[in-house]
Ligand binder design. Structure first.
Ligand SMILES: Cc1cc2nc3c(=O)[nH]c(=O)nc-3n(C[C@H](O)[C@H](O)[C@H](O)COP(=O)(O)OP(=O)(O)OC[C@H]3O[C@@H](n4cnc5c(N)ncnc54)[C@H](O)[C@@H]3O)c2cc1C
Length: 476
């Protein structure tokens, strides 16, 4: 395999060339919004920011970059947590923001399909589906800022994967600009299409390394006629898992989310955002948030009460609150969705977005807690989408200390957690992706045949290595 030539900076003659082919409105100031990632762990180096207005302009930019061998970093909402949307060094790239391509192109309610441009904010896609009486179920705490192209590029997960699947499962077709500047018109609305290699599945989760997604056709669902939630104290992670089994038996397909939270999530909220209401007081060591939605004709409150009674009888539920109304349910979710912000304010020593087979969750938590506490006096906030076997296992300094004081332990902590995940047959990136943060982890843990195939695909589609250089796969 040939090593690509070094990249050219997006300055001087190249910048002049782009300014000649794009209207002035496509050039934006490269502010901190684009330079900084949400946790403040990365700062982008110099770059040229362009925001094309349509797919033709995206293709013109990528074609020029391909010809001149200039790096291109696609940029959605900038909420990615693994440093995929910025470059910290190297020849200044083009940051290609999709923010001006935010239209809902079409709605096909009878087919349950919506076609959106890649720059549409996730909350706007949800709202457009709701206006048509439908549900677009992808739901993340960052939904007010992340964009659908970024969601697909990272194959985002979130809180409703248990019922509706991740971003990949919600996408029927894509329109994209490939690394040589050609446009792939793949905006199909088909649910069955076995015509060879699936380029859609290749681009989803590729984090901008194989092309720029410019639009997507997305699956919609009927809106549940009624929705409610319960917040339940459980004795242990094993009890949470057993309760998940009970929920599948008694509530069937109506369970939309099943979230596990450790007490430290509530402790961090009380420390950093005391205005956020904590429905269970005192906060239990472990709790789960169960969210359910059902079609008309089903008495959801009665079904949830029956589930809770059975959970108490089996000794799985220690205490609990059933949402009395929509505002009460929303308060449960505000608490859950504010935990990442509380984590950010406390400042982690090391954060891990992992998944393990469902049955291995309790063992993972017990062994990871033992391994991490053996390395220092850390506070652990473990929470996440337990129904998907996906935990955010985040390690923090003791109260009053700063994460910087424990910088030397960051690597040993990460290795201890990731080695254990790997030994249990899990993944070191369940939903956030690889970006630039986990390139070493991918090299360490990925199956060698798979890694070689990934490198071959990248080299075949992106001969000059211009697409998001250094993300997912090491550059050069
Ligand atoms: C508070 C908070 C909560 C979060 N919760 C979750 C969660 O529950 N589940 C989850 O999965 N993630 C979560 N995230 C992470 C993040 O929101 C997701 O990864 C999201 O999908 C990123 O979308 P974005 O538009 O912000 O992408 P960006 O951050 O802009 O980009 C992310 C990656 O996608 C690439 N990219 C962006 N747009 C395109 C495009 N059009 N074509 C090709 N490549 C592109 C970028 O180059 C980069 O590699 C959370 C983040 C925050 C800050």
């Amino acid at each position: 395999m040939e090593t690509p030539m070094p990249l050219t900076p997006a300055t001087g003659a190249f910048e002049a060339r782009l300014r000649a082919i794009l209207p002035a409105a496509a050039f934006r100031d490269y502010t901190d919004h684009y330079r900084l990632e949400p946790r403040g762990s990365y700062r982008g180096a110099d770059a040229l920011l362009v925001a094309p207005a349509d797919t033709g302009q995206v293709a013109a930019v990528v074609r020029a970059c391909h010809e001149a061998r200039v790096g291109v970093v696609p940029f959605g909402g900038g909420t990615g947590l693994v440093g995929g949307q910025l470059m910290q060094g190297g020849p200044p790239p083009v940051i290609l923001s999709l923010e001006r391509m935010a239209a809902i192109r079409a709605l096909h309610p009878a087919e349950d399909v919506l076609v959106a441009e890649a720059g549409a904010i996730l909350a706007d896609v949800q709202a457009a589906a709701a206006r048509a009486g439908r549900l677009f179920p992808l739901g993340l705490a960052s939904e007010g800022s992340c964009r659908i192209g970024g969601n697909l590029a990272t194959n985002a997960g979130g809180v409703n994967v248990l019922r509706y699947g991740n971003a990949r499962a919600l996408c029927l077709g894509l329109e994209a600009v490939l690394p040589d500047g050609s446009i792939w018109h793949g905006l199909t609305r088909l649910r069955k299409d076995n015509t060879g290699y699936d380029l859609r599945d290749l681009l989803i989760g590729a984090e901008g390394t194989l092309g720029v997604i410019t639009a997507a056709s997305l699956r919609l669902f009927p809106r549940p006629a009624s929705e409610t939630a319960a917040l339940l104290a459980v004795a242990s992670p094993q009890a949470a898992l057993d309760l998940l089994g009970l929920a599948s038996e008694t509530l069937g397909g109506s369970v939309s989310a099943f979230e596990l939270m450790h007490r430290n999530g509530m402790v961090f909220l009380a420390e950093t955002m005391p205005e956020v209401r904590l429905p269970l007081d005192p906060a239990p060591e472990w709790s789960v948030l169960v969210d359910v939605g059902a079609a008309a004709g089903l008495d959801l409150d009665a079904a949830l009460e029956h589930f809770m009674e059975a959970g108490v009888e089996r000794g799985l539920i220690l205490d609990g609150v059933l949402a009395q109304n929509a505002a009460h349910r929303a308060a449960f979710w505000t608490m859950r969705e504010t935990i990442p912000e509380a984590n950010r304010r406390i400042g982690s020593v090391s954060s891990h977005d992992i998944s393990v087979p469902l049955g291995a969750l309790p063992e993972f938590i017990a062994r990871a807690d033992a391994a991490v506490t053996a390395l220092g006096p850390f506070r652990i906030n473990c929470f996440g989408h337990v129904g998907d076997g996906n935990l955010h296992y985040n390690v923090f300094p003791p109260q009053g200390a700063s994460a910087a004081a424990f910088a030397a332990q960051r690597k040993p902590v990460k290795m201890a957690v990731h080695d254990l995940v790997h030994a249990l047959g899990g993944s070191v990136s369940a939903e956030h992706g690889i970006g630039r943060l986990k390139v070493d982890d991918l090299e360490r843990y990925a199956d060698p045949a798979r890694l070689a195939a990934m490198r071959a695909i990248k080299a075949a589609l992106d001969q000059h290595g211009i697409m998001n250089p250094g993300a997912v796969l090491r550059a050069g």
